[in-house]
Design a protein around this ligand. Structure first.
Ligand code: C2E
Ligand code: MG
Ligand code: MG
Ligand code: MG
Length: 288
């Protein structure tokens, strides 16, 4: 026993721990300078109407390219940005930049009336400045509010449901749409779900990816679609990786589909090329 305690102590002070601490400090330091150094960019991933398979909109996803660390995935830095409070300026940058880029495409006639989805973090949702910031982004970009959809995760909303409900109402009053992201992974109270002024549920990709192999996941997807429709909400499936899954979701009445099956998130130039390919009927018939 003494031996194992000794081992644990030794592990606690091991060089690996130092390295992890150092890596975190390095990342934090780099993250603090990332906005000023213009290291962020956005990728866009389309979502399609399940029945017509026409593009309905796209989600903007943040990318960080740092000269020292390389490409850092959002899963590796969003939580750090949240812990350090950096998510507020970064999140505002995402909102501004996504809307500005979207309206530039609109001006070129590329994405006529398509919707734009932007992820918000919990620190943004609880920020009293958010509504004012959104108002100025809407005004500066000229994006029609109903074309902008804000994605909030289920756990963000349920963290402090009362405050979130008020904030969601204030956002809705500006005319934007609200989607609950990663639905099914948190603990939603159905009573709150009914009261939130939301428009859409996004079924979490973990259920979607295994729904053809796992009957419990298939049942969850089915139940979320039924629940969403009962509450008058649209339901989107994310993480749709193949056509059989897309076909099953469509048969279940899912409204929109998003996933690698149609397109990975891409830089704006590639996204535009992909969109233009969709206008070409033979391509659409091939379902690509
Ligand atoms: P999310 O909002 O649920 O976004 C969907 C994630 O699933 C994206 O990962 C996307 O690339 C990935 N994905 C899409 N289709 C498929 C598929 O068919 N198969 C698989 N395996 N994955 C698929 P990404 O871009 O790495 O983003 C991860 C998460 O980071 C996002 O999850 C979101 O929670 C967060 N995030 C990304 N950008 C932002 C942002 O601008 N602000 C905030 N607050 N969070 C962001
Ligand atoms: Mg999302
Ligand atoms: Mg999600
Ligand atoms: Mg997520």
């Amino acid at each position: 026993e003494a031996k194992s305690a000794g081992r644990d102590t030794a592990r606690f002070f091991s060089p690996e721990t130092d390295q992890r601490v150092l890596a975190r400090q390095t990342m934090e330091g780099q993250l603090r300078q990332a906005l000023a150094n213009d290291e962020f960019s956005l990728h866009f991933q389309p979502r399609l109407n399940a029945r017509t398979r026409r593009v309905q909109g796209a989600e903007a996803l943040l990318r960080w390219n740092n000269p020292m660390l390389g490409q850092v995935a959002p899963g590796h830095f969003i939580h750090l940005a949240e812990e350090t409070g950096l998510i507020k300026p970064i999140g505002l940058w995402v909102l501004r930049e996504a809307c500005a880029q979207w309206m530039a495409l609109e001006a070129q006639g590329v994405c006529k009336g398509l919707e734009l989805s932007v992820n918000l973090s919990v620190a943004q949702l609880s920020d009293p400045e958010l509504v004012g910031q959104l108002e100025s982004v809407l005004r500066a970009s000229g994006i029609p509010p109903h074309q902008l959809e804000l994605e909030l995760t289920e756990s963000q909303l349920m963290d402090n449901p009362g405050a979130a409900q008020a904030q969601v109402s204030a956002l809705k009053a500006l005319g934007v749409q609200i989607a609950i992201d990663d639905f099914g992974t948190g603990y939603s109270s159905l009573a709150y779900l009914k009261r939130f002024e939301i428009d859409k549920l996004k079924v979490d990709q973990s259920f979607v990816q295994s729904m053809l192999d796992d009957s419990a996941d298939a049942a969850i997807v089915h139940a979320v679609i039924a629940l969403g429709h009962t509450l008058g909400l649209k339901v989107v499936a994310e993480g749709v990786e193949n056509l059989p899954t897309a076909q099953t979701l469509t048969a279940l009445g899912c409204d929109e589909l998003q996933g690698y099956c149609f397109s990975r998130p891409q830089p704006i130039e590639e996204f535009v090329a992909w969109l233009q390919g969709q206008d070409d009927p033979p391509n659409r018939r091939r379902g690509r």
